[in-house]
Design a protein around this ligand. Sequence first.
Ligand SMILES: N[C@@H](CCC(=O)N[C@@H](CS)C(=O)NCC(=O)O)C(=O)O
Length: 210
Amino acid sequence: MIKLHHLGFSRSSRIIWLCEEAGIDYEMKVYHRDPKTRRSPPELADAHRLAKAPTVEVDGHTMVESGAIIEYLIEKHSDGALGVAPDHPERAKYLEWLHFAEGTMGMSFIITGIAPMLGGLPEVMGGFLQAEVDKLLDHLEIELEGKDFLVADKFTGADINLHYMLEGRSALGQLENRPNCKRYFEALVARPGYQKTVELGGPVLMPRPS
Ligand SMILES: N[C@@H](CCC(=O)N[C@@H](CS)C(=O)NCC(=O)O)C(=O)O
């Protein structure tokens, strides 16, 4: 059985969601963010020195990095239904989207997402990063035209990994003028697997200042 170290209000919700939808057996240890610094608590460093979420103990290895964890768990610990097989015509696209969330999207989405809670960004930097966010959301908007899921006409690990980035954008109202992104996001959060994730792991996003 795998062990998930889950931090409240964090990306490790992805792994709860994956395990619930893929039928992967797991146990979970829950940690809470420091209310002042909003960082993970020191106990999480006992699991892995980075004290990051998600951290997963699997097959004798303590693993970090959501995309890699999702890819590995689907390949090795599920029937593969949430993955895209190596010989599938959309395999390359699947891997691209699976890693796009933390790769290309990560920096601008996360910094602009947490900035309002940490005193904001200088104007030039804020503008620079928001332009990047807009470009990437516009790319996603085109990609989702006429589609319910990112790849292979089915719900996959790529949708789970990407969803986290859209939570912040939805909270900031940045999906409102992008109908495909909005429709896609709303369908993801309506899934019973996602609802169960929130029930077990709590809300995905940190509460925002009003
Ligand atoms: N790229 C990594 C990012 C991991 C990460 O930064 N996780 C955040 C939670 S959303 C975290 O652990 N923050 C607490 C801290 O670093 O103190 C992944 O996708 O797993």
